[in-house]
Design a protein around this ligand. Structure first.
Ligand SMILES: *Cc1c(COP(=O)(O)O)cnc(C)c1O
Length: 418
């Protein structure tokens, strides 16, 4: 396994001076939870405790010469235009890079801008990509319709089957793409094994790590080269902002991702960056509380009448339970299950819920139930849905921050009514 990465905390603190900026040996030992509170902080000359929101798209130069120089090369505290970068956005980027153990990050307007940016910035006509088939609908659209329209060849595989990955990669495969924990069927990718197969042909491994969360997954240490998140989900965690981020090596972010994104306009707004930056401070405690409740809810659903099947990586019945235990610190905050009685049964159940909301966000403080077949995965044909395991009775549940017993009462009450 690779050396643990050196954490770049990205401190910039004119008040405390060099001492505050230096990444000491002790800071290298910081756990994720500490990094999520402190890393990336940039203090202005006022020494504010809470991070400042720089709602500005432009920056004033000291002189014409200064402007000229900055366009040649900007220093770390020099910004040009918010489409290229902004101090509040830079704080979010540095903090999540430190949290993830990545060298660098580029923040985007949404999770899809991150997925699109990571792929399109590195690919050109004639390239070959191998992707897991179990994908979020919009990810599938980018791979299956956008990339192919520009002459990129895409091969889809059953991501859980290593033989299919081995058979699909070849010399000239530029990237492999997967969701580490798939939406909504909660299939896991054996990240170290797939990374080894991909690296054998020199392909870049790109992982959409939304469901696994930065808290429970160590995708980069497990062999992933580029991690993308929709920050809209657990990172915001309170349903307010769209956002996304691409994490990777300094070279990949600065030389490949940044030129593409800064010129095509996928930048994150400073306001959203501020909300998401402050959200990182509470990410760990929120996601751990949600995951703890998810274990209890999954067990209750597993025992409830009217539930045909529960898919949760924390249950021994999950076909990849051992892999989940190996790759993720906790089995996550998402549960999928099948209500008896198909679509009608699922709809009666959804309409009987009181606490759990019918919506399609996830990772939120509010628990959310989604019917993938008629919403997020409506675009797929019946056959594609069947291959993906998305049945008419399937409900995807995102566990929030409510009391576990209240949630279980709500779910079992709605099941009884269905
Ligand atoms: C939501 C989601 C996205 C897209 O993120 P947005 O912020 O909505 O653009 C991408 N991948 C996965 C797995 C998601 O759940």
């Amino acid at each position: 396994m690779a050396q643990p990465p050196t954490i770049n905390h990205g401190f910039r603190d004119p008040q405390i001076g060099v001492r505050g900026m230096k990444d000491t040996a002790r800071k290298q030992q910081w756990s994720k939870r500490t990094r999520a509170v402190h890393s990336g902080t940039r203090r202005s000359q006022y020494g504010e405790l809470s991070e400042a929101m720089f709602l500005t798209q432009g920056f004033v130069y000291r002189s014409a010469e200064d402007a000229e120089q900055r366009f040649i090369e900007s220093g770390p505290d020099e910004f040009i235009y918010a489409r290229y970068g902004n101090p509040t956005v830079a704080m979010f980027e540095d903090r999540i890079a430190a949290l993830e153990g990545a060298e660098a990050a580029f923040a985007t307007a949404s999770g899809m801008a991150a997925v699109n940016g990571a792929l399109v910035s590195m690919l050109k006509a004639g390239d070959h990509v191998v992707s897991s088939r179990a994908l979020f609908g919009s990810c599938h659209y980018i791979l299956d319709e956008v990339l192919t329209r520009y002459g990129v060849e895409v091969t889809f595989v059953d991501g859980t089957n290593l033989d299919e990955w081995r058979a699909a990669v070849r010399e000239g495969t530029k990237a492999v793409f997967f969701e580490s924990l798939s939406n909504p069927t909660l299939e896991l990718i054996d990240i170290p094994a797939v990374a080894e197969i991909a690296h054998g042909v020199g392909a870049t491994v790109i992982c959409d790590n939304v469901f696994a969360t930065p808290v429970f997954s160590d995708a980069i240490a497990q062999g992933v080269d580029v991690v993308v998140y929709s920050a809209t989900k657990h990172i915001d965690g309170q349903g307010r902002c769209l956002g996304g981020v691409i994490l990777g090596t300094e070279h990949f972010i600065r030389k490949t991702v940044e030129p593409y994104l800064k010129h095509t306009g996928g930048a994150m707004s400073p306001f959203n960056a501020w909300v998401l930056l402050k959200s990182l401070e509470t990410l760990d405690i929120r996601v751990r509380a949600q995951a703890e409740t998810a274990v209890k809810v999954a067990a209750a659903l597993d025992a409830a009448p009217g539930v045909a099947r529960v898919i949760f990586p924390g249950l021994a019945s999950h076909p990849q339970h051992d892999l989940a235990t190996r790759l993720m610190e906790k089995p996550g905050t998402m549960i999928s299950f099948e209500v008896a009685g198909g679509k009608e049964g699922a709809f009666r159940f959804l309409n009987g819920l009181e606490i759990v909301k019918i919506s399609n966000n996830l990772g939120d403080a509010k628990s959310i139930a989604t019917h993938p077949a008629t919403t997020t995965h409506q675009r797929l044909t019946d056959e594609q849905r069947a291959v993906a395991g998305i049945t008419p009775g399937m409900v995807r549940l995102s566990i929030g921050l409510e009391d576990a017993d209240d949630l279980i009462a709500d779910l079992t009450g709605a099941l009884a009514a269905s």
